[in-house]
Design a protein around this ligand. Structure first.
Ligand SMILES: NC(=O)c1ccc[n+]([C@@H]2O[C@H](COP(=O)([O-])OP(=O)(O)OC[C@H]3O[C@@H](n4cnc5c(N)ncnc54)[C@H](OP(=O)(O)O)[C@@H]3O)[C@@H](O)[C@H]2O)c1
Length: 303
């Protein structure tokens, strides 16, 4: 892959993960590309040059797992990835997702119709400049929480596209344990991507179940997403560790389970560097226990 400078923080400090049944081994510290689109993930980046530089520096720092979607922009994020990184280096895993589209006003429209899924796979192929997509996640529920309901029809469509050679591996996003089990009867699932972070831990049992099966869990909003995490506990742990609160939040996820892969999103190289450096942070059992108190007091964890 691309060069690694001595001064750059290394994404490989957090260890690696091999997706089950695949030849893909990635550094657990990856990068989420959603923030590269314009405001509200709609339209062109505020600063295209910086967006290109963020992607190139991520690769130079050892990131080899990038999460994207053609509905970021729409199309914009994938086109920026292609401009920055194509032809892609050996070992770079690009993970995309389908199951939604954007309205002309920027609205998010969940759409798992056959037509939308097929069109989205072709949009991803074209805009990323690929003949086959590495991993495609079927995005099922809304962002705040998944909703129960059969996913047999849309997941079968993706399994057909996989058999046609357009997709290597399949994953899921915004799903429940029951939906995971239903999908696994149709085709192997290599990873699941849901809302989870140090304060929002509704997926604890799903993470453990996936770990038992060797399947990746990729939390979105690892830093809180559109409302970045704010916690006095995070602040005090960070101050004591000589780190930033966001670095502690990322390091906590790496400690939480070996099947957790990180895709923090940022539009700036400064934050990218900070986030990647978190891969090298070691947290003591006492610190981890202190961080548990954040979840205990967070309203979203009251079941
Ligand atoms: N499957 C799904 O439904 C779904 C939903 C949402 C996201 N995702 C994926 O998950 C990835 C991560 O989620 P996300 O980007 O929405 O949220 P996130 O990683 O939790 O947080 C991103 C926000 O935090 C800021 N940030 C990043 N690093 C920072 C740092 N070191 N210090 C302070 N602020 C920092 C970013 O602003 P700056 O740009 O200013 O750094 C941005 O506002 C996305 O990129 C996307 O690939 C998937």
């Amino acid at each position: 892959m691309s060069k690694q400078t001595n001064s750059a923080p290394a994404a490989n400090a957090g260890g690696t993960f091999t997706f089950p049944g695949t030849s893909f081994t990635v550094n657990r510290m990856g990068y989420g590309a959603m923030q590269l689109a314009g405001p509200h993930v709609f339209g062109p980046p505020r600063d295209r040059k910086e967006a290109l530089a963020v992607l190139r520096e991520a690769i130079d720092s050892g990131v080899n797992h990038i999460d994207t979607s053609d509905f970021y922009g729409p199309h914009v994020t994938n086109q920026v990835i292609r401009e920055a990184l194509h032809p892609y280096g050996e070992g770079l895993l690009l993970v995309t997702k389908v199951g939604a589209r954007r309205g002309s006003d920027g609205s998010w429209i969940l759409d798992s119709s056959r037509q939308c899924l097929v069109d989205s796979v072709h949009d991803n192929l074209r805009n990323l400049g690929l003949e086959r997509l590495d991993v495609v996640n079927l995005r099922v529920g809304g962002v705040a929480a998944p909703t129960e309901g059969s996913i047999e029809e849309p997941f079968t469509v993706l399994a057909e596209l996989q058999q046609q050679g357009l997709i290597r591996h399949l994953g899921l996003s915004n799903i429940t344990a029951a939906q995971l089990a239903e999908a696994q009867k149709i085709a192997p699932v290599v990873g699941a991507q849901n809302f989870y972070n140090v304060a929002h831990r509704q997926d604890d049992s799903l993470i453990d179940a996936l770990n038992t099966q060797g399947i990746a869990y990729i939390p979105f909003f690892p830093l809180g997403g559109f409302s970045p995490l704010q916690s006095s506990t995070l602040d005090s742990v960070a101050a004591a560790a000589g780190a930033t609160p966001m670095q502690i939040a990322l390091a906590w996820l790496l400690h939480r389970s070996p099947n957790i892969l990180l895709i923090p999103g940022t539009s700036s190289r400064g934050h990218l560097r900070e986030n990647i450096a978190a891969a090298a942070l070691a947290l003591s059992p006492e610190t981890l226990a202190t961080l548990d108190t954040i979840a205990a007091s967070h309203p979203s964890n009251v079941h």
